[in-house]
Design a protein around this ligand. Structure first.
Ligand code: NAP
Length: 341
């Protein structure tokens, strides 16, 4: 019983694409900075304001001629191969459709959209336009997650019967406005809870919702959520369960565990960013480890961009590591969870 090294290729070796940033906010700065460690080129930016586009271009060495004062101008810029949609959740649907209609490949920040209906519309449009489309669930492309994937493929844990995953941040009531605002599809679940949910889905496959608890803020978005889900088709007598939790009020350990009959995998916080995985026997002995706990290192964003660049260059339209049907399923689950709140 041991952990293998990750099979993830070096992101620095992925073929270069020319990226256009749609919505120059916090995460757009992080991705662009991370891409400096690769061959990817950020060549254009679009903002609702010319000043913010110019400021972003100046920060990141983008030619001012490609700093656009509208998203329409950005997607029309023929220098751009792929558009990165980095606006609030409420806007992903409209902005992804805008990029797709202009014939651009598109990387859409998590959560993919605000609802499953919107997710289906984006996926249908991308498939009809024959462009690449992917949710920017960067965790799925990180090396330590490939170590987990490999261990599961080799059956190292025995029968996997439980996943525990959590993500809590202290971002409310004092924090980014978009998290508090229902009009911007705020709340913990879409912003943070998507990580444990997507992780549980990675391990267990299609999920069915069993129970939900949580609390809404006075403005009507979820402050915290605890949900139990079961792998679709797992026996009622011995279901394969996922326990996921999220909060935007308190900073929680943000760890994850995959529990099998022979052993379990523990992922240190923050599990969704580059982290350490430990293989732990049922007697509590650590049998192997890979990676290092690194806090929240957004340098890992470059792995998802490298995956996209490789797939696009190969003529593929989606990634098997984050398929579009998975993004739709996850949005359906989040619709169902929020409906129960
Ligand atoms: N992968 C990660 O680790 C990670 C981390 C943080 C956030 N995210 C995701 O990235 C997305 C953006 O988050 P963020 O924290 O970067 O947000 P942010 O700092 O508020 O930036 C969002 C940008 O979207 C644009 N925008 C367009 N319509 C808007 C509207 N109606 N209200 C506010 N801004 C609007 C704004 O740019 P202009 O007005 O200049 O055009 C703004 O700068 C979200 O989907 C979030 O879940 C991912």
């Amino acid at each position: 019983m041991r952990l293998n090294a990750p099979r993830v290729p070096d992101p620095a070796d992925a073929p270069a694409l020319r990226w256009g940033i749609l919505g120059p906010g916090w995460i757009a700065d992080e991705l662009t900075t991370s891409l400096r460690r690769t061959k990817q080129e950020v060549v254009a930016v679009g903002s609702r304001s010319s000043e913010r586009a110019s400021a972003f271009a100046a920060r990141h060495g983008i030619d001012p001629a490609h700093a656009h004062g509208s998203y329409e101008a950005l997607v029309a810029d023929d220098l751009v191969d792929v558009v990165y949609v980095a606006t609030p959740h409420s806007e992903h649907h409209e902005h992804a459709l805008l990029a797709i209609a202009a014939g651009r490949h598109v990387l859409v920040e998590k959560a993919f959209t605000a609802t499953a209906a919107q997710a289906r519309a984006v996926v249908d449009a991308a498939r009809a336009a024959d462009v690449f489309c992917m949710e920017a669930m960067w965790t799925r492309f990180l090396p330590h997650v490939d170590v987990i994937r490999d261990a599961l493929e080799r059956g190292v844990l025995g029968e996997v019967l439980a996943v525990h995953a959590d993500h809590g941040q202290n971002l409310w009531p004092v924090g980014p406005r978009r998290l508090a605002d229902p009009r911007l599809a705020g709340g913990a679940l879409l912003d943070l809870g998507i990580y444990p949910l997507s992780f549980a889905h990675l391990v267990l496959g299609e999920l069915e919702l069993r129970s939900v608890d949580g609390e809404l803020t006075p403005e009507g978005v979820d402050e915290w959520v605890v949900a139990t889900l079961a792998a679709a088709g797992s026996p009622g007598s011995r279901p394969r369960l996922a326990h996921v939790s999220t909060s935007m009020g308190v900073r929680t350990p943000t760890t994850a565990s995959v529990c099998g009959t022979w052993a379990r995998l523990d992922v240190d916080g923050d599990f969704y960013a580059p982290s350490q995985v430990r293989l732990v026997g049922n007697d509590g002995m650590v049998l192997g480890a890979w990676g290092r706990a690194a806090g929240t290192d957004h340098g890992g964003l470059r792995y998802q961009a490298a995956e996209l660049a490789r797939r696009v260059t190969a003529g593929e339209k989606e990634s098997p590591l984050m398929p579009l049907d998975d993004s739709i399923h996850l949005m359906e689950l989040m619709d169902a969870i929020r409906a129960r709140l």
